[in-house]
Design a protein around this ligand. Structure first.
Ligand SMILES: [Zn+2]
Length: 121
């Protein structure tokens, strides 16, 4: 009985692996939004609003170094560019207080938004 000759199958990456590698290399959709245009816009925003708004809630005067997207945009380009939801923040508040509030969930985030006078998207 004739048998089929073995088929050569190169041991390469699957299509899914190649797509995953490509995405890893270029960054996620959210990461890709932080390009030179964002750098320019954030710098201009901080020139207009140089103090951390989170510190101000606690009567502290601190220089803002980052622009926080108050409502997590998760790569949503429209929400990302809605500057009415940008909050000037110091590094400490951005990585501490704000992250903690986000971890607590939407109710906590809405509470903080109310204190800052921010609307919801
Ligand atoms: Zn602060």
């Amino acid at each position: 009985m004739p048998t089929r000759p073995p088929i050569f199958q190169p041991r390469g990456k699957s299509a899914a692996d190649r797509i995953r590698d490509y995405d890893r290399e270029r960054g996620s959709a959210a990461e890709r939004l932080y390009d030179w245009r964002w750098g320019k816009a954030a710098k201009a925003f901080l020139a207009l609003y140089p103090l951390c708004r989170y510190c101000a809630l606690h009567d502290r005067v601190t220089v803002a170094t980052v622009v926080d997207h108050f409502w997590p945009h998760r790569g949503d380009r429209v929400l990302f560019w809605r500057s009415e939801f940008w909050v000037p923040a110091c590094d400490s508040c951005h990585s501490g207080l704000k992250q903690a509030v986000e971890r607590k969930g939407m109710a906590a985030l809405r509470g903080l938004a109310a204190r800052l006078g921010l609307a919801e998207p």
